[in-house]
Design a protein around this ligand. Sequence first.
Ligand SMILES: Cc1cc2nc3c(=O)[nH]c(=O)nc-3n(C[C@H](O)[C@H](O)[C@H](O)COP(=O)(O)OP(=O)(O)OC[C@H]3O[C@@H](n4cnc5c(N)ncnc54)[C@H](O)[C@@H]3O)c2cc1C
Ligand code: SF4
Length: 338
Amino acid sequence: MIGFQYSRAQDVADAVRQIAAEPSAKFIAGGTNLIDLMKQDVERPSRLIDISRLPLRSVEETASGGLRIGALVPNADLAYHPLIAQRYPMLASSILAGASAQLRNMASTGGNLLQRTRCYYFYDTATPCNKRVPGSGCSAIAGLNRMHAILGTSESCIATHPSDMCVALVALDATVHVAGPAGARVIAFADFHRLPGDEPQRDTTLQDGEIVTAVELPERGFSAHYTYLKIRDRLSYAFALVSVAAGLELEGDRIKDARLALGGVAHKPWRDPTAETALRGQPASQATFASAATILLRDAKGYEHNRFKIDLARRAIVRALTQAAAGTPQLQSSKKIA
Ligand SMILES: Cc1cc2nc3c(=O)[nH]c(=O)nc-3n(C[C@H](O)[C@H](O)[C@H](O)COP(=O)(O)OP(=O)(O)OC[C@H]3O[C@@H](n4cnc5c(N)ncnc54)[C@H](O)[C@@H]3O)c2cc1C
Ligand code: SF4
C-alpha cells in the first residue's frame, strides 16, 4: 500500500469541496471494498476523505409514500429496518444474500452501489486489465471467464457488477441522489451504472466531485409477490453467478405488473423493460415465465468458461418468477432453494 493523506469531511458541502480540490482523492465510507483494493495496489488514492460521520444514516418516509435511505445507512441496518422489511422485502432479502454479517455491519448503502468488480484480473496487477489500466487489454476475454458477463459486454471488458442490493434497487425503480460542484441531482437507478463500452474504467455515470447522498424508493414495493434468488458456488459468502430480483402484481392468475432484474450477468444490474412487457396481461404460468426469460436473454453471449450462465439464467428467471407468483420467496436463512 502506498502512502496517502487522510481527512474527515465536516458536511456534504465540505466533502464535495475536498474531492473537487483533489481529484485523485477517494471517499471512504465502510472501507470494506476500498481498503482491500488499496492493499492490493489496485486503487492508489492520494487522500482518503472520510465521510463515515456525515449525517446520512437515516431512513425517512417521503411525501410521495416512498422512503429515502441515507448513503451511510449500513447494509445490516437497512435489511432489518422495519419499513424495509415490511414494504420492500425484496430489498431486504437481496442485502441478506450478500457478503457476511460482519461485512454488512460495516458496508454502507452508497459504498454498495460503488463497489468495484470482482474480476480476478482487475485485482491482479501483474495482468492486463482495461478497467484498471485503460488501454492495457482485457485478460478475461481469452482467459478464465467463468464469473463474467453474458449481456452488454464489449471488446474492452466483460466484467460484472457484483452487488446484490443493486439488483433489487433497479427492479424497484429506485433513484440515486447525488451532490456535486454543480449542485444536487437525481439519477434513475437504471442509468446509474454503465455498460463497459470502450471506457470500462468508468463504472457509473457519477461526475467528478460528486457524492451519493441518498437512495430513494418509490411507494410500490411488490411486497406480496417477490423474490430474490441468488445462485452461487457456495450458499453463503460468495458473489452471484446469476441472481434474479422479481416482483409481480397479480389479478387472479393474471400478471398485472412485473419487475425483473438480473445480477451477475452484466457490467450493471440488468433490467429489461421488454421482458417485463411480455409478462404483463399474461397468465402467471411456466410458459409465460419461460417466454420472458427467452426475451430477456435474446442477446446473451457466452465465453469459453461461462456459457453455462445462459441456461442457468433462463432457469433462475423461471424459478424466481414461480416463487414470486406463489408468494413463496427464497429465504436467505435457508440453504435450500425453494
Ligand atoms: C469478502 C467480501 C464478500 C462480499 N460479498 C458481497 C456479496 O455477496 N454481495 C454484495 O452485494 N456485496 C458483497 N461484498 C461487497 C460489500 O457489500 C461492499 O464492499 C460494500 O457494500 C462497500 O461499502 P463500503 O461502505 O464499505 O464502501 P467503501 O469500501 O468505503 O467504498 C467503496 C467505493 O465507494 C466509494 N464511495 C463510498 N461511499 C460513497 C458515497 N456516498 N458517494 C460516493 N462514493 C462513495 C468509495 O470512494 C469507494 O470507491 C463483499 C465484500 C467482501 C469484502
Ligand atoms: S473483464 Fe474488465 S475488469 Fe476483467 S480483465 Fe477484462 S477489462 Fe479488466
